[in-house]
Design a protein around this ligand. Structure first.
Ligand SMILES: Nc1ncnc2c1ncn2[C@@H]1O[C@H](COP(=O)(O)OP(=O)(O)OP(=O)(O)O)[C@@H](O)[C@H]1O
Ligand SMILES: [Mg+2]
Length: 399
């Protein structure tokens, strides 16, 4: 593991490196001192960061100093987007909460004080090591989950994007979110206000080049373990994307991510049907009013007639209200499917989070809507683990 500490402040470099390598409570203490494991102090300012990272390829970067203007922030943003797995930590002081939010959005993982204490540094390295360990565990095979609104405004995009974030941030899974609302998709906006580097239409244009590296560089990195592939900027580019593109894309994604989350629009066309064919679980999203239930019935009949079995379909009731005239049992009886999850109506929190382009897990973790989504995220991971264990056991038995 390579750790690089960059600062103009020699004293900060000395004390930080001393604590990281010589203090016996540091997780880096006693690490072997071969070239593969080193803590490298570099005297320099923000302009030195990119070249040092390119040369040393560290796993953890600590930058000590101020990042005041946009061009300085841009350096960090570029480093974060080029080096997906780099854990970037800022050692700085006097940052407003707005700026703090901004640096976190562009990919900085932690901000510590300009002269961090031993406890702060050791806590940060422990969190980094835990994340590095968990995110580097080999994936068996990524699970594909598709979210479809039964009717416009059901909340499918809100749920798909926020669950993707929770699976990455809370469950430490590697997650890819693909916006398959090919006309006027908006998924990336639920997580970030940064313009995605390219879209699924650019991938379709260069499908012969498609591999995991090309794909990673086309996606917007929200967290080191969460990437988003956005829908085309121009709706007319949607026609470039064919079902075969979708098959190729999903094949590469499941090899590289634990979860591939698809935000599928309401249009049932050849592209979305191909995506559903590759999906492990389909989550239709509806609300408890007659128009939603009516459209849900049509959608579910269409899914059955396409040959998807009821085990593959998991209903989600969004904006759940226990006082509603239409109960969960009514929905379940009408659609002849169990309700897998219900998400509370929380207008104030959700509206603000969506308007700021921030997931509710980050914006209001204690809110009921965030807590319920966190529970769903934990269940999804628990179920995948159970399936993998059964698969492993069956393989052992069949020799
Ligand atoms: N649980 C909730 N509580 C309160 N408001 C919610 C909730 N879920 C979603 N919303 C609101 O509903 C709006 C529409 O949600 P969203 O865009 O996810 O719907 P959709 O099903 O993807 O619709 P579309 O067909 O337009 O893609 C969101 O902008 C959000 O403000
Ligand atoms: Mg949507």
């Amino acid at each position: 593991m390579i750790v690089t500490v960059i600062s103009k402040n020699q004293q900060l470099l000395d004390t930080t490196c001393q604590i990281l390598t010589k203090d016996n409570s540091s997780p880096l203490f006693l690490s072997d001192t071969s070239d593969k494991h080193k803590v490298l102090p570099v005297e320099g300012d923000i302009w030195k960061v990119m070249s040092v990272v390119e040369e040393e390829k560290p796993d953890l970067l600590l930058f000590g100093g101020m990042v005041d203007d946009d061009s300085e922030l841009h350096v960090l943003e570029q480093v974060a987007s080029q080096f997906h797995n780099l854990y970037i930590v800022l050692l700085t002081s006097g940052m407003s909460s707005e700026k703090l939010m901004h640096v976190m959005r562009i990919g900085v993982r932690e901000v510590l004080s300009a002269s961090p204490t031993k406890e702060e540094l050791i806590g940060m390295v422990s969190r980094f090591k835990e994340r590095m360990y968990k995110t580097k565990l080999p994936t068996d095979h990524g699970e594909v989950l598709a979210f479809i609104p039964c009717k416009g405004g059901s909340g499918a995009t809100f749920i798909a994007t926020n669950l993707a974030y929770i699976l990455a941030a809370q469950e430490n899974k590697r997650v890819a979110l693909i916006d398959l609302n090919l006309q006027l998709g908006d998924a990336s906006l639920f997580l970030s206000d940064i313009k995605p580097p390219s879209s699924i239409a650019d991938i379709a244009d260069q499908i012969h080049r498609l591999d995991s590296t090309f794909l990673a560089s086309s996606m917007l990195q929200i967290l080191p373990n969460l990437d988003v592939l956005s829908s085309p900027y121009e709706p007319d580019q949607a026609t470039k994307i064919t079902p075969d593109h979708i098959s190729k894309l999903i094949k590469i994604l499941v090899e590289n991510y634990d979860f591939v989350i698809l935000d599928i629009g309401r249009r049932m066309d050849a592209v979305s049907i191909r995506a559903l064919d590759k999906t492990d679980f389909i989550y239709p999203v509806l609300q408890q009013t007659l128009p939603f239930v009516r459209d849900a019935k049509r959608l579910i009949e269409a899914l059955f007639s396409l040959g998807y079995s009821s085990d593959k379909i998991r209903l989600i009731i969004n904006r759940y209200d226990k006082k509603s005239e239409i109960t969960l049992d009514d929905v379940s009886d009408t659609l002849r499917l169990k309700v897998a999850a219900s998400i509370p109506n929380n207008y104030l929190v959700v509206e603000q989070a969506v308007n700021h382009g921030v997931p509710v897990y980050k914006f209001a973790r204690d809110s009921q809507v965030s807590q319920v989504l966190m529970g769903i995220g934990a269940n999804i991971c628990g179920n995948k683990l159970k399936k993998e264990k059964v698969g492993w056991f069956e393989k052992m038995i069949s020799g």
